[in-house]
Ligand binder design. Structure first.
Ligand SMILES: [Zn+2]
Length: 247
């Protein structure tokens, strides 16, 4: 559960291989995807790679309902936010957690992105400039699982899934979208797209974890090949990492 190191895409944070890393100024190299299609967000930052301990900790919160995990994940999110902070405007940034559909929210009892965002806000050095706008976005429809879909299919799957419920909170402002995991970026890209259409000047993205090319390849042969397979009801005892961080 270490922070991501090495060359990453200056826009989306994907791991870069040497061929890309040498192109462009240091810290300004972009991955092939971002060079082909300009993302709707300005930059996405993540704390760590979505694997092993970090993945278990996120599952513990989402599927095990172990809310104290949000405090630990919030500390990590605060670090991702710190990487973006130098770019933030002097006045304020609207902090918008990726929303769940109301049916999912009722099932789970909480929105993990919002819990993590609230925990991060308590300790983030940027907290004075972050204004939580949890109701700014809404998830208008439930979406099919994204597992196994290509990036264009994911984009299509999410089209029309989000709407801006309170445009006055984002119009003419910079927005920071936060979520637990960045997989292909399809979800946060769709959020950024509707926020920009509602008048947000710029959209930043911070997540606790991010899938990275190398770890994704490993995941195919690993024990947790598919996200979301871990059922409800897992507890802290099932996750060694929970003990390591004192949950
Ligand atoms: Zn990229």
């Amino acid at each position: 559960m270490r922070p991501i190191t090495g060359g990453v895409c200056a826009t989306c944070g994907e791991r870069l291989f040497s061929a890309y890393a040498v192109a462009g100024a240091p810290g300004e190299s972009r991955c092939g995807l971002c060079r082909r299609v300009e993302p709707a967000f300005a930059r996405a930052a993540a704390y760590g790679s979505y694997e092993s301990g970090l993945r278990e900790l996120i599952h513990l919160l989402k599927y095990g309902g172990v809310r104290p995990a949000a405090t630990v994940l919030g500390r990590m999110l605060a670090e991702a936010i710190a990487a973006l902070e130098p770019n933030f405007p002097a006045d304020s940034v609207a902090l918008v957690p990726v929303p769940l559909h109301r049916t999912k929210l009722r099932q789970r009892g909480f929105n993990q992105a919002e819990l993590i965002a609230r925990a991060a806000m308590k300790i983030s050095p940027a907290r004075d400039r972050l204004r939580l706008c949890a109701g700014a976005l809404e998830r208008k429809r439930e979406t099919a699982s994204q597992i196994g879909l290509t990036i264009p299919q994911r984009r299509e799957n999410l089209r029309g899934a989000f709407g801006v419920a309170q445009p006055e909170l984002v119009k003419g402002r910079e927005v920071l979208v936060v979520d637990d995991v960045y997989t292909t970026g399809a979800t946060v890209s769709e959020c950024a797209r509707v926020l920009r259409r509602a008048g947000a000047i710029k959209v930043w993205v911070a997540t606790v974890a991010r899938t990275l090319k190398i770890s994704a390849q490993q995941a195919k042969i690993g024990p947790h090949a598919d996200d979301g397979q871990m059922g409800e009801g897992i507890g802290a005892d099932d996750v060694p990492m929970a003990k390591a961080v004192g949950i």
